[in-house]
Design a protein around this ligand. Structure first.
Ligand code: ARG
Length: 449
């Protein structure tokens, strides 16, 4: 029998022993380690009914709990929660049982569905940074979980490969790429250099602007440069994915540019549903209850991030046939997703029965509570961070277990990357996340080591 069922039986028995006539509600998994392993919060509702003090009721339930070999400790918390700690033997037995089954004791779902999981989504103009780490780690875990449960998962890496900055970048690529082989080792630096030239050299700035138009109109020279740039940038991301051991490759990339031909259709359909309002020449959608409209086409004809996401929703529901579409994106984009989901449903881009969800996560902070940066204030490159994790893990395990050099390298990789992933997955997803090497790579406490 499952641990939860057994605990519920114990609580049932306690209710009987105390002559309480109500049916107890179920225990739930504790949400934080300091709350124990499970929690029972039935005392509050019961206290209301019996017009009595919830903490007293909780104590009464604990007092008459039947003798058992499962519960190591109970504690009354807050307004009558009962926190429950299990005996270590219960957990180890349950883990042992799970290990003996190739599916860890988890049955596939009865009704699997098609799910799109949108995660990672780096921008090609810049180096992938820590902000994309959480999306990549959480998204990949979620995709793996759903797949394990039997859903048909379609991973979508919605990379940012379109926009005016690419005019400047490809003009600069052409400028320095006379011999045809730029490695673009440091994209961040490349961007800075291109921007400096753009700001100081009028002819270059004009060329950059001209190249924006040329990419958009499909000019083959400019498209060639743009493709080259995207491929190099995507190659950097793939290095990170491989090092992180996440399940993303070229086949999962559906870039923003993929939806270019659909953008005018999105506008036409919105217009057909009488959802557009013209404001200073821009096409906008006003949603009930929102004062600020969603702009879907600028006065100069340009489209926006929201327009592309509407096209992507339409494609995912209509062409891919997804019944659930999940976005693993920073919490700061909540408003954006709320709006595009509402528009997509209202306009019929996505049928009503399709579940749309923004699985938001908090920002990565440093120990002093500021967004995570390098010592000189720049953004931290993901590949450097992962390499550092491996080196630190190696230092942490070196004098410990008498590994050979080869074993040490192998274990350091597993432990270092595992620690980065575990640190991210073990905390509340929605809180801001404090990146702390010492805590992450400590042998004590709730870490991967
Ligand atoms: N490129 C975006 C960013 O870095 C994330 C993309 C998320 N996915 C989406 N469909 N909007 O902020």
């Amino acid at each position: 029998m499952k641990i939860k069922q057994q605990l519920n039986q114990i609580i049932h028995q306690a209710f009987d022993n105390a002559n309480i006539d109500e049916k107890p509600i179920s225990v739930t998994e504790a949400t934080k380690a300091e709350f124990g392993d499970y929690q029972f919060n039935g005392a509050m509702a019961l206290a209301k009914k019996l017009k009595s003090n919830p903490r007293e009721i909780a104590q009464k339930i604990i007092d008459v709990m039947p003798q058992n070999t499962m519960i190591a400790k109970t504690q009354i918390a807050g307004s009558g929660f009962i926190n429950i700690w299990l005996e270590d033997s219960v957990l180890s037995q349950s883990l042992q049982q799970a290990l003996e089954d190739s599916r860890l004791g988890i049955k596939p779902k009865d009704n699997p569905i098609k799910v799109v999981v949108d995660y990672s989504g780096p921008n090609m103009a810049k180096q992938m940074h820590v902000g994309h780490l959480r999306s990549t780690i959480i998204g990949d875990s979620l995709a793996n979980l759903l797949e394990f449960l039997g859903d048909e998962v379609i991973r979508q890496n919605h990379i940012g490969d379109w926009g005016t900055q690419f005019g400047m970048l490809i003009a600069y690529l052409e400028h320095i790429d006379e011999d045809g082989n730029v490695s673009l080792k440091d994209l961040e630096q490349f961007y800075k250099d291109a921007k400096a030239k753009f700001d100081s050299d009028k002819d270059f700035a004009n060329k950059a602007r001209e190249y924006v138009v040329k990419i958009q109109s499909g000019d083959s020279h400019c498209i060639g440069l743009w493709e080259k740039f995207i491929n190099i940038s995507l190659g950097h991301c793939q290095e990170v994915y491989d090092k992180l051991n996440v399940n993303l490759s070229d086949k999962d990339v559906k870039a923003e540019s993929f939806y270019n031909d659909d953008l005018s259709k999105v506008i036409d359909e919105l217009d057909g549903s009488s959802m557009l309002t013209l404001s200073d020449g821009a096409k906008c959608v006003f949603l009930d209850g929102d004062d600020i409209p969603v702009i879907v086409q600028k006065a100069d004809g340009g489209y926006l991030y929201a327009t592309t996401d509407l096209a992507a929703l339409r494609y995912r529901a209509k062409v891919l046939g997804a019944k659930r579409i999940s976005y693993i994106v920073d919490a700061r984009q909540s408003q954006h997703f709320k709006q595009v989901f509402a528009i997509a449903k209202k306009c019929g881009f996505v049928p009503q029965d399709v579940k749309l969800e923004h699985i938001a996560f908090g920002t990565m902070m440093d120990k002093s509570g500021k967004p995570f940066k390098t010592r000189d204030g720049g953004t931290v490159k993901l590949i450097d961070l992962l390499d550092e994790a491996i080196i630190k893990a190696k230092n942490a395990i070196t004098n410990r277990d008498g590994f050979s050099q080869e074993e040490l390298d192998k274990v350091a990789k597993i432990v270092g990357i595992g620690a980065v992933k575990y640190a991210d997955l073990s905390i509340n997803r929605e809180s801001n996340y404090i990146f702390d090497w010492d805590k992450m790579l400590s042998f004590d406490g709730n870490t991967a080591l």
